[in-house]
Every structure is written in structure tokens, then in C-alpha cells.
Design a protein around this ligand. Structure first.
Ligand code: ACO
Length: 324
């Protein structure tokens, strides 16, 4: 059975950078108080990229995909599978993956979206791995892309300071060498209320609440416990020890969650990729953006073992253990 191997990666961040001080000054004009000190102490976030009004998830996803395809040396026509993980699709339908496929000038392969919020990229990567291992795809593009700024309530300081926009992508190819060694996905729908955007469009109107709502402390606790267990499970499945992991690339929600996780798993800080300080939380885009950054700057090297982990609304979580 072939492995799915990552042969290229790419990322895209909208050019507009908003620092904590700029955001605090903007919120102050509406009598909402926050500060760089509060945000950095509680989250580690210093800045985020925010898409211009009208910019869409498919546009960001296409830019990341083009970078990943160029890195892999693959023509879009070779793709037989495109999966986009997003919670901020351009439309109710068609899927953002179909829009990206058209933007890339590809045709004929399968294209669909996966919705698992901040776990979305790990869910999409595990799905693409299953396609490749089953022989149903040979060359796959997996993207995490979000314009989360479009679902933030900018009058709610407990959430609007946490997120940013962006997209990351990887190209997978069937290979006789590993490759993705194990993947592990979980959900607990009974926890949906601790993190949700419980609105929709129906009968020509927005129905329910279109904005993201979160019980931060409940999310924090569940994120640390679920990611710890998931890491142990995926390593057991692959028969790889935690000590053998060269890089942990966790979902980038909050540096405190990442630090807790590293300590629980006994993985030293030097082996943990952190981008939340300059990207903030880009939901489904956070893991591929962090992976791409560390791969491009030479930290993640060919042959190394990388553990990618996602956690988010649903409640969902999961891990992918791969050799690069
Ligand atoms: N600026 C200043 N004060 C704030 C802000 C802000 N931006 N936001 C909240 N506060 C205030 C609150 O009003 C509260 O004030 P009070 O004591 O007068 O009532 C005080 O700060 C403490 O609020 P808490 O919510 O208890 O703060 P906490 O220490 O829990 O930190 C945070 C909040 C950062 C959200 C934390 O709970 C957390 O990191 N949770 C994890 C959730 C997360 O990262 N989610 C990202 C999305 S989910 C995901 O990606 C998995």
C-alpha cells in the first residue's frame, strides 16, 4: 500500500498587518478596552494579518496552493484530489475547493471542502492520506484557508483579538517511502457550545448568530487534554516514541496552550513550531502555515518526523504523524 508523502508546501498571508497596539487603538474609538500587554500575556499574540474587505477564502487558498505547487514542481493538471479545510467558505455552495480548482486551471479530479474548524487541516490531511493509501488518488492538494475576520464580533474583545486570516497548503504524492505514518481524528459534538458560530443563511436571511462565540477557559482545558491524548494515540499507532519526534506543529491558538502541551508531552520548546505570535489564530490555516514557515526557513528537514495537531470547534481534534 503506498504512503502519502508531502512533496511541497506553501502559504499566503494577506499583506495588511494589524499589531495589538493598532487593534487596541481602533477598539478604543468604540469604547472597548484592551491592550498589547493583556493580549501578549494571555495569548502570546503580537499581530495578525487581516484580509481586505471583499477578499475571499478561495483567493487566499489559491495563492497558497500556487506556492505549494511551485514548491513541489507539480502542474495543477496532475492533481486528482483537492481538499480545502475552511469554516469561512466563499459560498454555501459550490465548495471552496471547486473554486480553487477552477482558479488553478485544473479539471476532472475530486474537489471538496472539509469543515472541522481549527482541526480542519488535520482532518483534510488525514482524509487525503486515506485516499492515497487506498489507491483512489495519486497527487493531492490539501489546503487550510480562512477569512476568520469575517465571522468575528469586533465588539467582543474576548474573541476579536485572537484571530487572523491566511492560508496554507501541502501537495501529497503516492510514495513507496513514508510519508504519513499514522493519523487520528476525534470529535465530541456534545461540546459544540463552547466554540461555535451558530448561524446560517435561510429563506434569504441570516438565521441565528453569525459571529464566533467561545468559552475561552473551557476551550483551553479541553484543548490541552485532548491534544495530549491524541499525540500519545497517534504515536502508539505508528509505533514511534515521543522522543523520536523532531518537530511538533500544533494548532496555533494560544502560546499558553502550546506550552502546556509541550510540557505534558515532554517535548522541549526547541522542537515546537510557534507562529501564533505573528499570525494569531488562523483556524484551519494555522498548521499548514506553521509547517510551511518552518520548512522554508530550514528548521524542518527532509527525513525528519513531524507531529501536526489540530483542535477546535465541534469540538474536534486530531493528529497526523509524518516523515517529511
Ligand atoms: N482585553 C482586555 N481584557 C479582556 C480581554 C481583552 N481582549 N478579553 C477579556 N478580557 C477580560 C475579561 O473581561 C475578564 O475581565 P473581568 O475579570 O473583569 O471579568 C478578564 O479579562 C479575564 O477574562 P478570562 O476570559 O477569564 O481570561 P482568560 O485568562 O481565560 O483568557 C483567553 C482568555 C485568552 C481567551 C483564554 O481563556 C484562552 O486562551 N482560551 C483558549 C481559547 C483559545 O485560544 N481559543 C482560540 C480559538 S479556539 C481554538 O482555536 C482551539
Amino acid at each position: 500500500m503506498p504512503y502519502a508523502k508531502i512533496i511541497g508546501s506553501g502559504g499566503y498571508l494577506p499583506p495588511r498587518v494589524v499589531t495589538n497596539d493598532e487593534l487596541a487603538a481602533e477598539l478604543a474609538t468604540r469604547n472597548i478596552e484592551t491592550s498589547d500587554t493583556w493580549i501578549v500575556e494571555r495569548t502570546g499574540i503580537r499581530q495578525r494579518h487581516i484580509a481586505d474587505p471583499g477578499a475571499t477564502t478561495s483567493q487566499l487558498a489559491t495563492r497558497a496552493a500556487q506556492a505549494a505547487l511551485a514548491d513541489a514542481g507539480i502542474d495543477a493538471g496532475e492533481l486528482d484530489l483537492i481538499i480545502v479545510a475552511t469554516s469561512t467558505p466563499d459560498f454555501v455552495f459550490p465548495s471552496t475547493a471547486c473554486l480553487v480548482q477552477a482558479n488553478l486551471g485544473a479539471k476532472g479530479g475530486a474537489a471538496f471542502d472539509v469543515q472541522a474548524v481549527c482541526s480542519g487541516f488535520v482532518y483534510a490531511l488525514a482524509t487525503a492520506d486515506a485516499f492515497v493509501r487506498a489507491g483512489r488518488a495519486k497527487t493531492a492538494l490539501v489546503i487550510g484557508a480562512e477569512v476568520f475576520s469575517s465571522i468575528l464580533d469586533w465588539s467582543d474583545r474576548s474573541t476579536c483579538v485572537l484571530f487572523g486570516d491566511g492560508a496554507g497548503a501541502v501537495v501529497l504524492k503516492a510514495s513507496e517511502e513514508p510519508g504519513i505514518m499514522a493519523a487520528q481524528l476525534n470529535a465530541d459534538g456534545s461540546q459544540m457550545k463552547i466554540l461555535c458560530a451558530a448561524g446560517n443563511v435561510a429563506h434569504g436571511k441570516v438565521v441565528g448568530d453569525p459571529f464566533l462565540r467561545m468559552d475561552g477557559q473551557a476551550v483551553f482545558k479541553l484543548a490541552v487534554t485532548s491534544l495530549t491524548q491524541s499525540a500519545l494515540d497517534v504515536c502508539k499507532e505508528a509505533d514511534v516514541s515521543l522522543e523520536a519526534i523532531d518537530w511538533l506543529v500544533p494548532h496555533q491558538a494560544n502560546v499558553r496552550i502550546i506550552n502546556f502541551l509541550g510540557r505534558r508531552l515532554n517535548i522541549p520548546d526547541e522542537k515546537v513550531v510557534v507562529t501564533v505570535d505573528h499570525h494569531a489564530n488562523t483556524s484551519a490555516a494555522s498548521v499548514p502555515l506553521a509547517f510551511d514557515e518552518a520548512r522554508r526557513d530550514g528548521r524542518i528537514k527532509p527525513g525528519q518526523t513531524v507531529l501536526m495537531q489540530g483542535v477546535g470547534g465541534g469540538f474536534t481534534w486530531g493528529s497526523v504523524l509524518t516523515r517529511v
